[in-house]
Design a protein around this ligand. Structure first.
Ligand code: ZN
Length: 434
């Protein structure tokens, strides 16, 4: 039995923090949580004093693309896209997952990646399985595989000379149902789809879409038959309305919106995953460093006022917001908690921002029976931060402040002096930049 005590506790329910708390962990699960001195544990329990720190649930990022190329090694993503092999992408996927794990992300939802040689679903699933089997250390991964879609964002983004591989896209409800079945037969954890265009294309407007309501309904129905949730890329209010009508489970991005879409999302209690970091000044600067065209950088900058306005409307409306960054080729993997700083800058309290990456994220991902809060009976995914994130949300981005990361009762990261334990090296050991 393990006891963490003497720290402030943010349990993730949204209630007031406990100043001098203790949490008792028995095996994988939390046995008791409360004020230190009022919880019971046997005399031979291992007790760790965490005075000056804050205990909170392990964080979740609901929207990342872990296998994005070049994040560490390539200046030019266009070149890297043709030079990196699928096997090498898999290595990046693992490394990025572990880098995020070291920063307190115990659950990560990966929403797929595609390269010139095809989709990289099997590679990401193997990383998930290697972690689940205990072969390697890493976070809990939920893997979507390649998006089931037609005509929208992830189809038109590859328009032009890229071949349209019919194994990767489908037209008609039945072709799309077949793709859902193919992904779920591979044991993907959820289905990702796209109901509008996006920010990544050169010419097309984000309001382009070619998926009909009938097609989107078929995807959601098929996935729900298998008891798996659906995540839907939605730039526009029209896409949000289609998504609510189809019954998707999370609405991604929400760059533009309108009153009717907000009413529908609120009424249906659909979580929105805003992915603001992906279009932040920091992301734009990272993209500039890796050779992204000025056209794309201007497009990212141009979306910022809309994402801000929409986020503030979602928040005012009381729509559930779950944290997701859309981190990919931003060259800053592991700085994902920057997303929370943006939420606070746009009007959330630090406590509300923390709930987006704990309780709300667990609910959005159908994991709230076991995760999202620190309560008796739940899995012991615990993050120990040096300091108080309610005073300064930015400390969640500081490597040295992430004192301990625990997943299912096991300590994977420990930065206490003399107790150092890491999943990967604590500092860069000299990644080669090509
Ligand atoms: Zn994405």
């Amino acid at each position: 039995m393990l006891v963490l005590k003497g720290a402030q506790l943010i349990d993730g329910t949204g209630g007031n923090p406990i100043k001098d708390a203790a949490i008792v962990i028995d095996g994988k699960r939390i046995k008791q949580v409360g004020v230190a001195g009022q919880v019971d544990y046997p005399a031979d329990a291992q007790v760790i004093d965490m005075a000056g720190c804050t205990l909170m649930p392990g964080m979740t990022d609901c929207h990342v693309h872990l296998m994005a190329q070049n994040v560490l090694s390539f200046h030019n993503p266009r070149v890297a896209a043709f030079e990196v092999t699928p096997e090498m992408y898999q290595m990046y996927g693992l490394l990025h997952a572990q880098m995020m794990f070291e920063m307190g992300f115990t659950t990560i939802r990966d929403l797929g990646w595609i390269v010139y040689s095809g989709v990289l679903t099997k590679q990401m699933l193997a990383v998930r399985e290697a972690i689940n089997y205990g072969l390697i250390a890493g976070p809990r991964l939920l893997v979507a595989g390649w998006a089931v879609n037609t005509g929208s964002h992830l189809d038109i983004i590859l328009i032009g000379n890229a071949p349209r591989n019919l194994a990767e896209y489908g037209d008609s409800p039945w072709e799309l149902r077949k793709q859902v079945r193919t992904n779920l037969r591979m044991h993907c954890d959820l289905i990702k789809t796209c109901a509008s265009g996006g920010g990544g294309t050169d010419k097309e407007s984000p309001d382009i879409r070619n998926m009909t309501q009938e097609e989107l309904n078929a995807i959601v129905e098929e996935s729900h038959y298998f008891r798996k949730p659906v995540s839907c890329h939605c730039f526009t209010p029209e896409a949000q309305k289609m998504s609510v009508l189809a019954g998707v489970d999370t609405i991604e991005h929400c760059v533009f919106t309108d009153d009717e879409a907000l009413d529908m999302m609120k009424e249906a209690n659909k979580p929105v995953i805003p992915t603001l970091q992906h279009r932040s000044d920091r992301a734009i600067e990272c993209r500039r460093r890796v050779g992204t065209s000025q056209f794309t950088l201007d497009k990212m900058k141009g979306l910022q006022p809309f994402t801000k306005e929409t986020f503030m409307r979602l928040h005012r409306k009381g729509i559930k917001i779950a944290m997701g960054t859309d981190m990919q080729i931003d060259a800053e993997m592991a700085s994902n908690a920057h997303e929370l700083e943006i939420y606070v800058n746009y009007g959330m309290t630090p406590m509300e921002a923390i709930l987006t990456t704990t309780k709300n994220a667990a609910e959005a991902l159908w994991l709230d029976k076991d995760l999202g809060t620190l309560e008796a009976g739940k899995l012991a995914d615990v993050l120990v931060v040096d300091g108080n994130p309610l005073d300064d949300i930015k400390i969640l981005q500081e490597r040295q402040k992430i004192r301990m990361v625990m997943k299912e009762g096991r300590v994977f990261v420990d930065r206490r002096a003399g107790q150092e334990k890491y999943v990967i090296h604590d500092q860069s050991w000299g990644w080669k930049i090509f």
